[in-house]
Ligand binder design. Structure first.
Ligand SMILES: Nc1ncnc2c1ncn2[C@@H]1O[C@H](COP(=O)(O)OP(=O)(O)OP(=O)(O)O)[C@@H](O)[C@H]1O
Length: 204
């Protein structure tokens, strides 16, 4: 469990460009933050820094659990789901195989609740490469139900979803928060749940 995520004095560079500097934020269990900003402002880069895929130029990213500070590598290995806009799925597997693989790799055992929550039953025998963008996104989201983890880092999670699935995934997010989860989501459209806004401003 993560009780708080704290960013202090964070600066991130990509290439030669400083995307933002001196960013501070604290998110507690049960809270969602909607990260906004223009194209290129650094939303994805911030999510990737929290997931430890890239190193900040300055500042710290800290995680707390019920017994105090959590080691960042443990957090990355056990407590984070990162959902990028490319979904991270293998095209040649069936949806059933891919979900079983991803859930198993992340330590999830029973995929049935995830299949039901994301309405995947009719899609399970299709190859991932044959799924539509919204169907792929639902498959990608299913791993977060199949292998529960506290911190959801979501990059434009709802963008390919139709109105019905936006609403259902909104309910999933709300359930995650009620269970003590934390959500940091990069968005261009408002999230369908109460969320604090953090605007990274102009990009290029
Ligand atoms: N690997 C990289 N090397 C150099 N520059 C990069 C790299 N990845 C991203 N950038 C640059 O960093 C800046 C921020 O990119 P990022 O993807 O974080 O923006 P974003 O706010 O998520 O944008 P969008 O709304 O378009 O998704 C962009 O100008 C991009 O070109």
């Amino acid at each position: 469990m993560i009780t708080a995520l704290t960013l202090s004095g964070l600066s991130i560079m990509r290439g030669e460009r400083l995307l933002f500097r001196d960013l501070s934020l604290s998110i507690r269990a049960g809270e969602a933050v909607a990260l906004t900003g223009a194209n290129g402002a650094g939303k994805t880069s911030l999510l990737r820094a929290v997931a430890r895929f890239i190193r900040p130029e300055a500042g710290t990213i800290g995680f707390e659990g019920p017994d105090g500070a959590l080691d960042a590598e443990t957090v990355r290995g056990q407590h984070i789901h990162m959902l990028g806009h490319l979904d991270g799925l293998k095209g040649g597997r069936t949806a059933r195989e891919e979900l079983a693989f991803q859930a198993g790799w992340l330590g999830g055992e029973n995929v049935d609740p995830a299949v039901a929550a994301l309405g995947l039953e009719p899609l399970l025998d299709l190859e991932v490469r044959k799924l539509s963008a919204g169907q792929r996104r639902r498959l990608a989201l299913a791993r977060m139900i199949a292998a529960p983890r506290a911190l959801w880092l979501l990059d434009e999670p709802l963008s390919p979803l139709d109105a019905r699935w936006r609403e259902r995934v909104g309910t999933m997010m709300q359930d995650h928060l009620k269970g003590g989860g934390v959500i940091l989501a990069a968005v261009h459209d408002p999230l369908p749940i109460p969320a604090r806004a953090l605007d990274l401003g102009g990009g290029r």
